[in-house]
Design a protein around this ligand. Sequence first.
Ligand code: 6PG
Length: 234
Amino acid sequence: MQPHVTPPTLLRTPNFVVDAAAYILAAGRRAISERGLFRLGLAGGNTPKVIYSAMAADPVGLPWDKVQITFGDERCVPPDHADSNYRTAHQALLSLVPIPAGNVFRIRGEIEPDQAAAECESKLSAVASRFGEPRYVHDLLLLGLGEDGHTASLFPNSPALEEATRSVIPARGPKPPPQRVSFTFPLINASREIVFLVNDPSKESVIAEVLQGQHPAGRVQPVTGTITWIIGEK
Ligand code: 6PG
């Protein structure tokens, strides 16, 4: 099947945090209204932390018992480690909203990467089976962008870029810590909607290159879903 060719939507805003949080919550309300569940994949790194905090502080919020959280990638460190993407999301959002623990599909960074990846894969495929999906479908998958055009933990020249079968795999990269577990393009591209969150003017040139299909992030091409870029403007 040819990748979906709808061009990405670019939302440039001086109110990056407020607008990104509102966008995500609106997508959640839509998903829950249409399908009774919001399957949201969280981005790692530093950019989204303030967005997660804004989501937690939203007076309306979401029916969090109808939200399922996954992580686009995780560093292979314990969940209380400063580098843990789970720790970032837990501190900024998950510890502040009434989401059932079973709704959070944490990638266990503290165990062997192969085992952590297989465990996450198995959880996602169990849900996919329940929905009759060949592969887990995120309603919304949040992604960051590195200066080298990586996204999740899919770094340039990594063998992880060529994974065509598995949804979750161990991956290594130059950004410390090097050992990670990452979603793969087959899983990423199965999403209903993908949102890149970028709030760094120094990334403007790499955004332009990604929009031309370059770099690992340029291979994010949802089969039937859409891509939106929410880009902060100073
Ligand atoms: C990670 C992320 C990674 C991140 C980009 C941007 O675990 O490092 O998944 O893909 O999103 O490197 O990171 P910043 O938001 O910190 O610039």
